[in-house]
Design a protein around this ligand. Structure first.
Ligand SMILES: Nc1ncnc2c1ncn2[C@@H]1O[C@H](COP(=O)(O)OP(=O)(O)OP(=O)(O)O)[C@@H](O)[C@H]1O
Length: 232
């Protein structure tokens, strides 16, 4: 993305943000509440329109991607599953509207540990299961790029451990994995690279190893970079 900007009236949610997310690693996207992470991710997916600058995925705007689920898998914070729809049917509908073989639905349900609950309706899924279903949807098209907004939200310790392994494995396969989180300890175990923002501005775009070497720990560095923000 280059000089990406989003204003809501007088609020500058994203302020001329420029960085590149690279393949073959997990990039952690960090920032305090209200820093502009979700807004940035929505713009990457063309769900929100920038008031300035641009964002491209492999040189292409998201809206110009053919069969986008096969290029970019995304998990956003908002629940996007129809409450009355069965987990399997939700994924089947996504697959069918994106030219993805139906056989892939059972594979991704197994992959995220929901093999036994495909017939359950979305409203009957626990928060952790709903989060796994969202991850299954992101993986459905076997995309080379994954954008995940707070994927460990609602997951228990076993789930957190599982997603760490999943993200590391996806990166090891050469995929681009971009993941936002508030959890510094988790990011220090998952990320290879960090992009830190506050008030919509870029504060750091650095490897985890370099960040930790210069600040002592991820948490210490994050707190010193974003100091003075207070509650927002
Ligand atoms: N639709 C909107 N209308 C007006 N202001 C908005 C809108 N969406 C976001 N904002 C504002 O933009 C700023 C960035 O919000 P955003 O949700 O992107 O931050 P975030 O880093 O994802 O925060 P959190 O970690 O709390 O989810 C905030 O000041 C927020 O109030």
């Amino acid at each position: 993305m280059r000089d990406l900007e989003k204003r809501y009236g007088r609020t500058v949610a994203v302020d001329r943000l420029s960085f590149t997310v690279r393949p073959g690693m997990v990039t952690g996207f960090l920032g305090p509440n209200g820093a502009g992470k979700s807004t940035t991710m929505r713009m990457m997916l063309d769900l929100d329109h920038p008031t300035g600058g641009q964002v491209r995925i492999d040189g292409v705007r998201y809206r110009d991607l053919r069969r986008p689920l096969t290029k970019v898998g995304a998990l956003l914070e908002a629940k996007s599953t129809h409450a009355g729809r069965r987990a399997y049917d939700h994924l089947l509908w996504l697959a069918q509207t994106n030219g993805i073989p139906a056989s892939r639905v059972s594979s991704v349900l197994e992959l995220v540990g929901l093999g036994g609950v495909g017939r359950r309706r979305a409203k009957a899924l626990s928060l952790g299961m709903a989060q796994r279903l969202g991850i299954a949807a992101a993986l459905l098209g076997d995309p080379p790029v994954l954008l995940l907004d707070e994927p460990v939200n609602g997951l228990d310790p076993e789930g957190v451990h599982w997603i760490r392994g999943l993200l590391r494995g996806l990166a090891a396969e050469g995929r681009t994995v971009f993941v936002s989180s508030h959890l510094m300890s988790e990011m220090s175990l998952t990320a290879d690279h960090l992009v830190v923002i506050d008030r919509g501005r870029l504060l750091a775009d650095v490897s985890l190893a370099d960040f930790v070497a210069s600040h002592g720990s991820l948490e210490a560095g994050f707190l010193s970079l974003t100091a003075g923000g207070g509650a927002r």
